[in-house]
Design a protein around this ligand. Sequence first.
Ligand SMILES: [Zn+2]
Length: 141
Amino acid sequence: MSTGDAGSGGNSKRSPTPAEAENRPKPVGFGVEELAEVKKMERLHCSGRQVPSPMGGFLMDLGVRQEPDGTSTILFECKTSALRYQLPLRISTWRERRKVRVQADEGLDPLCPRGELGPPLVRRGKDFFCPRCNIMFGRVP
Ligand SMILES: [Zn+2]
């Protein structure tokens, strides 16, 4: 049993509109409002710190969705208003992958390049991925 890449079926698909017909997978998300300042929120989240809510107070992490284009979307709920927000994350850049690569080559456990100090990346098949942002950061050497 492999843990990665599960689920070729079961995804409910909407019928594509002409604009979506070009076969580019798009992030599905959770259909809620997106948070602003994605990079900052992403850094806080990957660092294991509290992510501020647009309504004041902080957000609670409800889960992460693996998107068909290799990105991921995190779902949050505001602890005070219970409003929900999503944080769409980017695919890893070559710079991030290189950073991870260098650490792995030095025999270290690579840390997520989006957090301040971690978390350590985990292996999924042949790839390193971050347990918080769920983004792949390159191949295990
Ligand atoms: Zn991360």
